[in-house]
Design a protein around this ligand. Structure first.
Ligand code: SF4
Length: 402
């Protein structure tokens, strides 16, 4: 099982952010931590001491939790669940709040073995425009502080496609980033989310975004440059040196069971999915009344098929055609021949070794490819019932029609 802990606080709100987080009021952090303890107790009673391969503290800004409050939470997690040998323990930190050597040392002392720093850009003008509470120098210092604190597995988060940013600048930024020699990079394209200040800015001002063709080049050339620099693109937005792929993220894309703790966190277990209430009062009520996991929904057949296709196609490994057959009984390639031929001719997909994969150009338009694919599956009735589970077949893909 994977565990995700959502910390719903930030120093300030970035203009593009749609995550559940806010600037904490007095007593909020202590109250949240008290509730988190109770939530862990609840699941320890419900699930027993289940094996855990990965713990991920995200948010929000987890590094806003003082070590004195965080340490007991980590100890409780270790007691409640069976952390497996070699488990991955990731902690997200923002340079502004995490760039303190003592804090990072405290994290290492708690067993955190993977640090994820939200750098986003190495351009101070862009960082200010995004509402980030740190400078590029803060971020670089935080990276070296983390090295000194003993972290040997560091991810740096970046965003491309920022207002005013062009291909040349993105590639120059990447050159500097590669020079830091982190083990992992996450590079996300900026998206304008509904309800964010960035959306409001886009509606009221002329924003200097690069043209679509330029954005595509930023993605493709950026990914090629990182691969030439020793990073493997193992997912649309994620790049790792050999042996440093995030086990937590891979587990999620490959359909592992996960337990989400903290306001707004999502869990999926035993084919059921639920969310923790998002507001602090609603979270407190759910924890105190033992209503955690309430309202869990059974994942329908169509949802399971779409999720399988969507999550696997994000990865470099791609979608196993055998796994698709085991779930649906259908042959994805043969049953959708005209669409597959068109996608192949346009070099958007590749099919080899029993897997369907997106090419780099395909990744740029992955949303459109998925939409076409789901339309085609819907037309064929492939999203309607009749699920065949892997277990029912005895082995993955065994006995399914060729
Ligand atoms: S630091 Fe992250 S979670 Fe917090 S406001 Fe910025 S983008 Fe959102």
């Amino acid at each position: 099982m994977l565990i995700y802990v959502h910390v719903p606080f930030c120093v300030s709100k970035c203009v593009y952010c749609a995550f559940h987080s806010r600037v904490p009021g007095e007593g909020d952090v202590t109250r949240y931590v008290g509730l988190l303890h109770k939530e862990i107790d609840h699941w320890a009673r419900e699930l027993g001491r289940v094996p855990v391969e990965s713990v991920y503290f995200g948010g929000g800004t987890p590094s806003m939790l003082p070590p004195g409050l965080l340490g007991p939470v980590v100890r409780k997690l270790r007691t409640a669940f069976d952390f497996q040998d070699g488990f991955e323990f990731t902690f997200e930190a923002n340079p502004q709040s995490g760039g303190v050597r003592d804090y990072l040392r405290a994290l290492a002392g708690m067993g955190v073995n993977r640090l994820s720093l939200g750098v986003q850009s190495l351009d101070d003008v862009m960082l200010r425009a995004l509402g980030r509470p740190h400078t590029a120098t803060d971020a670089i210092n935080a990276f070296y502080d983390a090295r000194q604190a003993g972290f040997r597995n560091i991810n740096l988060d970046f965003i491309w496609g920022l207002p005013g940013q062009r291909l040349k600048q993105w590639l120059e930024d990447l050159k500097r980033v590669v020079g830091l020699r982190s083990e992992h990079l996450s590079c996300y394209g900026l998206t304008v989310e509904a309800g964010t200040p960035l959306e409001e800015m886009c509606m009221t001002r002329d924003m200097d975004f690069a043209a679509d063709a330029d954005l595509s080049r930023m993605f493709v050339y950026g990914a090629e440059f990182l691969e030439e620099s020793g990073f493997l693109q193992y997912e649309i937005s994620n790049f790792a040196k050999m042996g440093f792929m995030s086990r937590h993220n891979l587990g999620y894309w490959e359909g592992a069971e996960y337990l989400g703790l903290g306001p707004s966190a999502v869990s999926t277990m035993g084919g059921r999915r639920w969310s923790v209430p998002a507001g602090m009062d609603a979270y407190a009520a759910a924890v105190k009344e033992g209503r955690l996991g309430e309202g869990a929904e059974e994942l329908g057949f169509a949802e399971r098929v779409k999720e399988l296709v969507m999550l696997r196609l994000r990865t470099a490994r791609g979608l196993s055609l055998k796994e698709f057959r085991a779930l649906t009984g259908g042959n994805l390639v043969k049953d959708n021949e005209p669409l597959m031929a068109a996608l192949r001719q346009n070099e958007l997909i590749r099919i080899s070794q029993g897997h369907l994969r997106l090419t780099k150009t395909g990744m740029v338009v992955s949303d459109t490819i998925l939409a076409r694919l789901f339309e085609a599956l819907e037309r064929k009735g492939a999203l309607e019932g009749g699920a065949r589970s892997i277990e029912a077949d005895g082995a993955p893909g065994a006995g399914v029609p060729a």
